[in-house]
Write a protein that binds this ligand. Structure first.
Ligand code: UDP
Length: 474
């Protein structure tokens, strides 16, 4: 009897990592006849993440094995960045992952897939004698920067952010020095060394899976095939297999105690509500929160706003702590805001069912931190964006969305550089919701929505790319 191919997927902590891995698993199981075990590293800190895991486990479409994290506090400085923490966690988990994957009662994988932070586990694929892939739940420009950073590391002197000239990556748009991803902001920080290492490990895989589709970034995908461009750096194939996003009404954390939010949305006119949400980790400073509240109120547009207690510490402050502690928005929103906007807006603390909201016909715009999952969820629902990049690779994503793809507006001063004032927020919201410029952007995002759906359908480019990967399993 020939048994089904079986994929082992190693997933690092974080909602933005777990969500696309679960979707990849579903796709392999439902469309490509591959069984899957997901190995998730337990960071045990985010309540929302535990709820998502519980929900995915109860769906039983694949096995989910949680790997308890060994004690690593001695290996980390208390102020270590998210990237450093994730890198150390994924390094220290290797023995547990290896034992779990080789356990007698576990199905023997025929393919190994790791995410961005799991590249140090690629040799386990060699040990098993199976093909091994890296799943980058982001876009081709970010992949290009990642595989090219070991070269930039040798060529560029001084800090990247201090360069006068933009960074050149073969076959790609220029990267503005101040828009590099977080690990490149300070070359003396451990996260930079980890990022260069990850970039250098990518070519040791048998291929890279990207959560995009071919027609989204054809130029960069061609550069990866061209030996004289990026193909000379990354000699393994790149498979655009996306956009893989959650379906509506996915079980998991809802952030809703009742159906109030959807009852309210159902009563609003078509495309009249702007959704404001900054991913699984995003937080704003107190000052920026105040400006955001006033901007929304002054715009006189309907809104749903997912709020978190303000912090001036860092923009990804909620990464490991989402949902911990009490939250009372009236303690940090401007006095009277909740009462004055009662008729036009809803404020949801901590977490809301984003995919369900974005797919609702009353939603007409999305204030997004440009995390890649959120970006895809917006595009597949034809929702134009106002970009609000905060951390990780989001500054580049914002440029891609506003300047290259034309599906988003951006503020004059980016939010990671300074406070965006209420008047500008009001202007952007009105532009995207009620003014003509917004309609043009809406038209472009609807074109992308159609091309994404085509790519995913049977026989489409993303469907075929994942079929090809599935067929390589031994
Ligand atoms: N998300 C959600 N509700 C929230 C905030 C986030 O459902 O209130 C989901 C969102 O739909 C997306 C994911 O969390 O699927 C966030 O991933 P993304 O890549 O956009 O950003 P990250 O959190 O990794 O920065």
């Amino acid at each position: 009897m020939i048994s089904k191919p079986h994929a082992a997927i190693l997933c690092s902590p974080g909602m933005g990592h777990l969500i696309p891995v679960i979707e990849l698993a579903k796709r392999l199981v439902n469309h490509h006849n591959v069984t899957v075990t997901i190995f998730v590293v337990q960071s045990n800190t985010s309540k929302v993440e535990s709820e998502l895991l519980k929900a995915a486990t109860s769906q039983k479409f694949c096995d989910i094995i949680e790997l308890p994290l060994p004690e690593i506090s001695g290996l980390l400085h208390p102020d270590a960045s998210v990237v450093t923490k994730l890198s150390v966690m994924m390094r220290e988990i290797r023995p547990a992952f290896r034992s779990a994957i080789l356990a007698k009662d576990s199905p023997r994988p025929t393919i190994l897939i790791v995410d961005l932070f799991g590249t140090e586990s690629l040799p386990i694929g060699d040990e098993l004698g199976v093909p091994k892939y890296v799943y980058i739940a982001s876009n081709a420009w970010f992949l290009a920067l990642t595989v090219y950073v070991p070269i930039l590391d040798k060529e560029v002197e001084g800090e990247y952010v201090d360069q006068i000239e933009p960074l050149r990556i073969p076959g790609c748009s220029l990267v503005q020095p101040e828009e590099v991803c977080d690990p490149m902001l300070n070359r003396a920080d451990q996260q930079y060394l980890e990022y260069v290492r990850i970039g250098g490990e990518m070519p040791r895989s048998d291929g890279i899976l990207l959560n995009i589709w071919k027609d989204l970034q054809p130029k960069i995908l061609d550069a990866f095939k061209d030996e004289s461009l990026l193909g000379g750096v990354l000699k393994v194939p790149v498979y655009p297999i996306g956009p893989l996003t959650r379906a509506v009404q996915s079980p998991g954390p809802t952030g809703l105690r009742d159906g109030h939010l959807f009852n309210w949305l159902d009563k609003q006119p078509s495309e009249s509500v702007i959704f404001v949400s900054l991913g699984s980790a995003g937080t704003l400073s107190y000052e920026q929160m105040t400006e955001m509240a006033w901007g929304l109120e002054l715009s006189q547009q309907r809104f749903i706003w997912v709020v978190r207690p303000p912090t001036s510490k860092c923009a990804d402050a909620a990464f490991f702590t989402l949902g911990q502690g009490d939250d009372d928005p009236s303690s940090y929103l401007p006095e009277g805001f909740l009462t004055r906007t009662r008729e036009i807006g809803l404020v949801v603390p901590i977490w809301a069912p984003q995919v369900d909201i974005l797919s609702h016909p009353s939603i007409g715009g999305f204030f997004s931190h440009c995390g890649w999952n959120s970006t895809l969820e917006s595009i597949i629902n034809g929702v134009p964006m106002i970009v609000w990049p905060l951390y990780a690779e989001q500054r580049m994503n914002a440029t891609l969305l506003s300047d290259e793809l034309g599906v988003a507006l951006r503020s004059k001063v980016p939010p990671w550089k300074g406070v965006v004032e209420r008047e500008e927020i009001k202007r952007m919201v009105r532009k995207i919701m009620v003014e003509e410029d917004g309609f043009a952007i809406r038209g472009k995002v609807n074109e992308l929505k159609l091309s994404a759906a085509k790519a995913l359908s049977q026989g489409g480019s993303s469907y075929n790319a994942l079929s090809e990967v599935a067929s390589k399993t031994k």
